[in-house]
Every structure is written in C-alpha cells, then in structure tokens.
Design a binder for this molecule. Structure first.
Ligand code: AMP
Length: 250
C-alpha cells in the first residue's frame, strides 16, 4: 500500500513571529522556515509503516512556492521514497490545498493519506477534513495511535473525556497529533541520499484546480503585551484582587 503524506513549509516553531508594519501579514523576510511539526510526525508514522512491512511506498507532497523543495528533501531524508511539489506562487488557502491534494490522490491512488492535524502558521486545522470530504473517504483526526490492518486502520484519538478508538475502512485520511510518535533526526548519509531521490513538479493548472483565494485577510495584529505581575502582601489582598480586579471570584 502506498501512503501519501502532505507536508507544509511553515515558519520554524522556534522563531518569534513578527507582524509586518502595515498589519497585512506576518513578516517572513529572512525568517527560518521548516517542515510543519505535525507533518514530521506524519512522515515518521508513514516511514514506520513501511519499515514494519505494512506500506510499500511513502510519497510526500507539498503545495506552494519553489522553496518547498527544501521541505520535501527534508522529508526524503527522514525516509520518504519520492516527492511531489505542486508549485504555485499564489498564497494557498486550505480549500485550495485540499483540492490540489485530491487531484494528487487521483493520480497516485494511495491507500491512505496521513496529514498533520494543523499547520502551525495559520492554525487552520482544515485540510485533512476537507480532503476526506472531497474524496468521500473516512477520516480520523488527531491520531495518537495508528494500527494498520489489511483493509482497515484502527486509530486512537485524544478527546476531552479520554481516548476514542475508531476503525476505518481503507482508503482513509488520518491526521496526526503530537503524541503519535517522536520523529527521528535525519542522519547525514540520509540527507545525502535524499538529494538523489525523485522529486516531480506539477502545476495547479495541469491538475485542473483553481487556487484563487476565497478568503480575504482584513488585518493581522500582535497579541496584546502581557502587563507585569504584582506581589500581594497576604491572602486577604489576593482574594480581594481576585474578587474586585480580576472579577473571577464571586
Ligand atoms: P491546515 O488545515 O492548514 O492547518 O493543515 C493541516 C495539514 O494539511 C498540514 O499539517 C499538512 O499535512 C497539510 N497541508 C496544509 N497546507 C499544505 C500545503 N501547502 N502543502 C502540503 N500540505 C499541506
């Protein structure tokens, strides 16, 4: 079975995000970019499926600018076999990505798509769900455990009240949560080998997908700065402040 893993190039999670002076977007000039952390977990899970003899091929796909090739090479260095770049200079919104992935699925016919649960740049948490809906496939989101059977997959997901276990018929879409696995580090020999693995480039037009943005960003703003704390003299003053200033006590 072939496993398809969509990987997004996002601002590195260690970077302190700055907003552009004109408030139109986040400032990405000279900022370190990396693979979305949930997608690293998805790649790791797919590679483990292959190592465990359950998957035959791991194909990674990224939609976006030419620089996404770096993200794809990083995924190849983690053990993916082959990469597809759907190249577009348009800022791709979740619905456009889901449509592009649907077209890639039609071309590649994977038995399973494993995505991240959300991209840490815009925190949309939409692509996996939309893709499953467009394909008419079952979906299990926020997976913390994935067990592959012959024609099905069992997924444990973390929900408010505890753990929920679902069994889905394949093909299916699964999205990864943080506790699913701990991704490996790419070794130098694997980084070198990744440079030689196949990377195919496709264009949205060739896939018959219109990627025109449907949503308009009105404004991007920094969160309000946290005000400094104060020391209270005693419990009575603390209770007074909680009641009368924070108004969190009745
Ligand atoms: P989102 O719905 O945007 O929060 O993203 C959820 C997941 O969809 C990500 O973790 C990726 O697996 C996938 N994804 C989102 N955007 C892209 C993209 N531009 N290229 C490839 N995969 C993407």
């Amino acid at each position: 079975m072939k496993v398809l893993v969509p990987v997004k190039r996002v601002i590195d999670y260690n970077v302190k995000v700055r907003v552009k002076a004109d408030g139109t977007d986040v400032d990405l000039a000279n900022v370190k970019m990396s693979m979305n952390p949930f997608d690293e977990i998805a790649v790791e899970e797919a590679v483990r499926m292959k190592e465990g003899g359950k998957a035959t091929e791991v194909v990674v796909v990224s939609c976006g600018a030419t620089a996404c090739q770096e993200t794809l090479r990083a995924a190849l260095a983690l053990g993916a076999d082959r990469a597809i770049l759907v190249e577009s200079d348009v800022a791709l919104q979740p619905l456009a990505v889901a449509k592009l992935l649907k077209a890639v699925v039609a071309k590649e016919a994977p038995g399973m798509v494993v995505c991240g649960k959300q991209a840490i740049d815009d925190d949309s948490n939409q692509v996996g769900q939309m893709l499953a809906a467009l394909l008419g496939w079952p979906q299990a989101t926020f997976a913390s455990k994935v067990t592959l059977g012959d024609n099905n997959v069992t997924v444990t997901r973390e929900i408010d009240g505890g753990l929920e276990t679902l069994e889905l018929k394949l093909p299916a879409v699964v999205t990864t949560d943080l506790r699913l696995n701990e991704p490996r580090y790419a070794t130098l020999p694997n980084i070198m080998k990744a440079k030689k693995k196949p990377l195919e480039t496709l264009k949205p037009d060739a896939l018959g997908v219109d990627v025109t943005p449907r949503l308009k960003t009105l404004k991007v703003a920094e969160p309000p700065k946290r005000a400094g704390g104060v020391k209270v003299a005693d419990v009575a003053q603390l209770v007074d402040k909680l009641k009368n200033e924070a108004k969190v006590l009745g």
